[in-house]
Design a protein around this ligand. Structure first.
Ligand code: XLS
Ligand code: NI
Ligand code: NI
Length: 438
């Protein structure tokens, strides 16, 4: 790492809320302890290689605008190594402890599978060296099963067995590389696993094939001794019209139906939750409730448009509610907050990548501190506990412990006069949240 790519930008330091320096943290202070852990260990920020390093900011109406001096656009291992150098310089300057990639982000897809595998192995050697030099870890790896034209009709749900086989081979190799790099996880995002019309689709066969695919991945994981966590990342649509992994509940049901639940957790992405018409804290609560909240793709969508805008998170209310869910489940084990987010097409300079990540990190640092105070003070928890207190004793307890029957409840009900539950006090609680956030 001799050549500097982000010239003129120094390591980003914590300078506190009063600083006038825009290239500084106002709230994220990596070593500061919140509760029992340092901020950096609570939040485990990660760079998404595809957005930070490879995205050109093209859109359906025009080509790329981004300045990426580290990338000459050639499909060579040499170029891939240079991009990796730039990526690690970027992560070091920001103090990001983790990164995530698709096989085709870090190395080029070449003429045939063997050549692509060799290129990936060569770049992986370089990545391993950079990881050792910097202490930065691979949060998760994955395979790009959506960009190449062969995947136009899906990968593990393709109607073509040959395409299915290539997808399996690609995942096998991506798992090998993830394992070799000490990856803490491996993500399955079903890019095009879904359908455009049921007129040409045998849904049962497609979802069955997907289940076989995941079982093979579990088998292979055991075979190579990879101990990382498998994740499924829900998303309801885009690019497909209907994707099978539409939301957290649908993923959990799929995993249960096919005996896969013990092997997978979920990687919840904010903008995907929005596309599924859920708040992200809903998706986090569904996953955590099933003991399956693994990792988070931190971004946000534009609520006025209906697609995956993958913007950087800046909403402190949202970050507070997300970290509340995270703290309540005891924090990340293998996962982290991966900035699956891209700068706007108009923000084309390398320094914009810094502003974007600084904003995301400061937002979650504030969310963390606020959520921690909410939990410490206990007022919100006490309200919720009291709201359900009737299930802690008496007739309610017989329900909770599974002893109640329709007959026993009827006997109880017949003795009651008019009954109303206590007020839900939503507005009071929203005021309470404001008191902490502001
Ligand atoms: C795309 C997904 C993708 C996954 C990794 O919408 O979020 O980036 O995180 O394949
Ligand atoms: Ni994602
Ligand atoms: Ni997304």
């Amino acid at each position: 790492m001799n050549q500097e790519y982000f010239t003129g930008i120094k390591t980003i330091a914590y300078e506190g809320p009063k600083t006038r320096n825009r290239l500084a943290f106002r709230h994220y202070n990596a070593e500061e302890v919140v509760g029992k852990k340092k901020m950096k260990d609570h939040l485990r920020f990660s760079m998404a290689y595809w957005h930070a390093m490879k995205n050109t900011s093209s859109d359906p109406f025009g080509g790329g605008t981004r300045q990426r001096p580290w990338d000459d656009g050639s499909s060579t291992v040499e170029n891939a190594r240079r991009v990796a150098d730039a990526g690690f310089e970027f992560m070091q300057k920001l103090g990001l402890g983790f990164y995530c990639f698709h096989d085709r982000d870090v190395a080029p897809e070449l003429g045939d599978l063997q050549a692509s595998n060799d290129a990936l192995d060569a770049v992986a050697d370089h990545l391993r060296k950079l990881q050792r030099q910097t202490g930065i870890k691979l949060l998760w790896g994955t395979a790009c099963l959506f960009a190449h034209p062969r995947y136009m009709q899906g990968a593990a749900t393709s109607p073509s067995a040959d395409v299915y086989a290539i997808a399996a081979a690609q995942v096998k190799h991506a798992m090998d590389v993830t394992h070799r790099l000490g990856g803490l996880g491996y993500t399955f995002w079903g890019g095009r696993e879904g359908y455009a019309t049921l007129l040409n689709t045998d849904m049962k066969r497609e979802t069955g094939n997907l289940a076989h695919f995941l079982h093979m991945a579990v088998e292979y994981k055991k075979k190579i001794g990879f101990k990382g966590q498998f994740y499924i990342e829900p998303k309801p649509r885009e690019p497909s019209t209907h994707q099978y992994d539409s939301d957290a509940a649908a993923c959990l049901n799929f995993l249960r139906e096919h005996d896969l639940l013990e092997h997978f957790k979920l990687n919840i992405e904010t903008n995907h939750a929005t596309l599924a018409l859920h708040r992200v804290e809903h998706e986090l609560a569904v996953a955590a409730g099933a003991g399956a909240l693994g990792s988070i793709d931190a971004n946000t969508g534009d609520e006025l448009v209906g697609w995956d805008t993958d913007q950087f998170p800046t909403n402190v209310y949202m970050a507070t509610q997300m970290t509340l869910q995270l703290l309540k489940m005891g924090g990340f084990k293998t996962g982290g907050l991966n900035f699956d987010a891209k700068v706007r097409r108009e923000s084309y300079e390398p320094v914009d990548l810094f502003h974007a990540h600084i904003g995301g990190m400061d937002t979650f640092a504030r969310g963390l501190k606020i959520a921690h105070r909410i939990i410490e003070d206990g007022e919100l928890d006490r309200f919720v506990k009291t709201r359900y207190a009737s299930f802690d004793n008496g007739i309610g307890k017989t329900v909770t412990t599974g002893k109640a029957t329709f007959e026993s409840l009827e006997k109880h009900a017949l003795k009651l006069g008019p009954v109303l539950p206590a007020s839900g006090r939503q507005e009071m609680l929203e005021n309470l949240l404001n008191d902490y956030v502001l």
